[in-house]
Structures are given as structure tokens and as C-alpha cells.
Design a protein around this ligand. Structure first.
Ligand SMILES: [Zn+2]
Length: 250
């Protein structure tokens, strides 16, 4: 993840506490993950500025806490950056607004008519949304959201077929939903993946990256070296797609 930043600290030796936990400093929550590594690593992750510390098994919790406190300024700065990136003016679903579709920016054009709603891409420039006379903002938004969902659902089956064959796994079910903090999830037992509706606003290779990521979870549950090795085997450019996914405006 290119947006992620890393800090490190030399460690003192101590045998206490080898379990993962959540550290709270004021209103800041930090995921602490104990691993067989040499140094403390602090990272801040898009899109929401989640904070994580990977710690060697031997470092005690007080050392981790002091390390985190010494980096608070840095953490806040990173979080502010992610917040600025994801901030967008509230949408009103009126003509002239920018809306994204498959990685490209379009201008919304609202057309009122007396027939069923529909959405049409025009001249690679406009998203025309046809709504009934008197439609309020919420209804205009609903028309566009329904269309986004249809478009995404039309894209997914071919991509899943393709990558199931390449990776050598198969899922029982998939779905699309709005998710605030994740691009996708995988229920390994049920062999079911969920994909974030927002992915329809991203370039198709970013959607593909998320599908590959979730399918690879059927081979490896965790995000460690083994997982990354699978990703690099199946999709050598995955880290670029991941970075693009988290930096693209929408
Ligand atoms: Zn994952």
C-alpha cells in the first residue's frame, strides 16, 4: 500500500504479552499485532486512517504505548491527509456535478420526464439520468445508485469465472453492498464474497484486484507473506492496483 507510511524503533527485551490487542490513547484506537519481527512498525492506512502497530513478540505493552505516544503527531498528520483525500462535497444529484464510473469522471445531467427512470452514458462525457417530474434528491440518488449496482453486478460474473479458473478455487455465492470501510470481504467457510458498491466508480482492474484478493483468501486466510506471494503469482501488479484503488477520487 503506497499510501501507508512506516516508522520503526529499536526494541528492548522483555517476555510479557504475546497477544494482539487494541491500544487506546485518548480517542485514538490502535491495532497492535504481535509478530516474529525485529522492530516496531507503525502504519496508517487508507481510506479511514486506521492505525496499526506490528510489534516483535518480546516488546512489552508499555514500550508499545510510549512508542505510539511519541508518534501521535505523525499519526494525526497522516490521518488528516487521508481525510482530505476522501473528502468530497456533498452530492445533490443535480446537473453539472461530477460523478465517477469505471474510473472516469462524468458530468451528471438530470432530465425530468414522465416515464420510468433510466440512466444513459452519452458522448463519454455525460451521465444522463432520466427521472420523473418532481423527483427529489433522494429519488435522483436512488436512480443512479440502482444503475451503479446493475452495472457492477453485470461486470462481476465474468471476472469471478476468469479468476476462479486462474487461482483454482470456487465460491458458492457473491454479492454487492455498500460498505464504509472495506472494498471486499470473504467468508471462507461459506465461500461467499461481498464487494463494495463503490467499486463501480473505480477502473475495472481495481475491481479485479479486489476480486482476486478475496478469492486468494480461500487459499490463505491472513495477509502475511504467503498471501502476498499468491497475489504476486496471480496478479504481479496487484500492489499498484491497491494503491490506485485507495488514491482515486470518486
Ligand atoms: Zn483480505
Amino acid at each position: 500500500m503506497g499510501m501507508k507510511s512506516t516508522e520503526s524503533l529499536k526494541l528492548s527485551k522483555n517476555n510479557k504479552n504475546i497477544r494482539n490487542y487494541q491500544l487506546r490513547i485518548g480517542n485514538l484506537l490502535i491495532d497492535v499485532v504481535k509478530k516474529d519481527i525485529k522492530n516496531l512498525h507503525l502504519s496508517v492506512h487508507p481510506p479511514n486512517g486506521r492505525v496499526r502497530i506490528a510489534s516483535p513478540l518480546r516488546v512489552d505493552n508499555e514500550t508499545i504505548r510510549l512508542f505510539a505516544i511519541s508518534k501521535l503527531g505523525w499519526i494525526r498528520k497522516k490521518q488528516a491527509k487521508f481525510q482530505a483525500q476522501s473528502r468530497q462535497s456533498p452530492r445533490e444529484y443535480v446537473s453539472g456535478e461530477s460523478h465517477y464510473y469505471k474510473g472516469d469522471r462524468y458530468l451528471l445531467n438530470v432530465i425530468y420526464h414522465q416515464a420510468a427512470p433510466k440512466v444513459v452514458i452519452r458522448n463519454k462525457t455525460y451521465i444522463d439520468i432520466y427521472v420523473r417530474y418532481g423527483s427529489i434528491q433522494e429519488q435522483r440518488e436512488q436512480v443512479l445508485t440502482n444503475w451503479y449496482r446493475q452495472q457492477l453486478k453485470a461486470e462481476i460474473p465474468n471476472l469471478i469465472d476468469k479468476w476462479q479458473q486462474i487461482i483454482g478455487v470456487s465460491i458458492n455465492d457473491w454479492g454487492v453492498k455498500k460498505m464504509r470501510t472495506k472494498w471486499g470481504t470473504c467468508n471462507i467457510q461459506a465461500k461467499r464474497i461481498w464487494l463494495n458498491l463503490e467499486l463501480i466508480k473505480k477502473p475495472t482492474h481495481c475491481l479485479e484486484y479486489v476480486i482476486v484478493h478475496e478469492l486468494v483468501h480461500l487459499l490463505e486466510r491472513h495477509h502475511g507473506d504467503r498471501f502476498k506471494a499468491y497475489m504476486s503469482k496471480f496478479m504481479p501488479n496487484w500492489s499498484f492496483y491497491k494503491e490506485e484503488l485507495n488514491s482515486f477520487p470518486y
